[in-house]
Design a protein around this ligand. Sequence first.
Ligand SMILES: CC(C)(COP(=O)(O)OP(=O)(O)OC[C@H]1O[C@@H](n2cnc3c(N)ncnc32)[C@H](O)[C@@H]1OP(=O)(O)O)[C@@H](O)C(=O)NCCC(=O)NCCS
Length: 212
Amino acid sequence: MTRHGSRGIPPTVIPPLSIRLTTPRLVLRPPRTTDVGEIRRLLRHNQAHLEPWSPAPRPGEDPTSITEVSNSVLRQRRDWKNGRAFTFMMALKTDPSRFIGKIALTGIMRGAMHGAYLGYWIDVDHQGRGLSPEGIRAVLDFAFGPAQLHRVQAAIMPRNTKSIRVIEKLGFRREGYAERYLQIAGTWEDHILFARTREEHLASELRDDARV
Ligand SMILES: CC(C)(COP(=O)(O)OP(=O)(O)OC[C@H]1O[C@@H](n2cnc3c(N)ncnc32)[C@H](O)[C@@H]1OP(=O)(O)O)[C@@H](O)C(=O)NCCC(=O)NCCS
């Protein structure tokens, strides 16, 4: 059995909700209650774009309604404070009050795992410019840095070629194939499982630094 970095289990850390991540083109921060209107605009504009890749809402539920969006922002802020999930809204630096997507680390497990699931999406009109991988890279720096996580996992449907391309560009490792893994748009869909650990992330950062 291979042993990696036997420095003991990392502490459980909850970075402050005031955190702000920046990249050359983007700014990312947790959602606030004052963002509800802007998040509703973004969700409404992207309903058709996101539907094939999202769990179906419960019957009679409108995930873009004031009630649902307000509840989800409150839940995301509560989950952040409890260390259960870290959700970031993403905007262009040139227009920071207009959101263009979301990146989240959910289902955070501490103890011997110190892992999380990665989820992401971007506005239909902002695709194809490498913005998602740029934002996710910053969230991975956050996950393996201030949030002290050891493993970030992603599950992607085999036909979601754009998302598979994103995760490959980020250097995730393919770990397996899970049949009927998640219920997406009402169907239990197979998913390819990918992961990245802190050791892999730090090694690739060192390689990037060496290239500069
Ligand atoms: C998957 C997703 C996040 C990609 O975001 P993005 O910011 O466009 O990512 P990139 O710009 O790096 O593009 C990734 C790949 O998608 C493809 N792609 C992007 N835009 C495209 C377009 N308009 N037409 C055709 N292919 C496109 C390209 O193959 C690209 O790879 P390349 O850079 O090697 O050419 C985005 O398409 C999305 O939000 N999809 C719906 C939600 C979703 O699937 N989330 C992930 C669930 S696991």
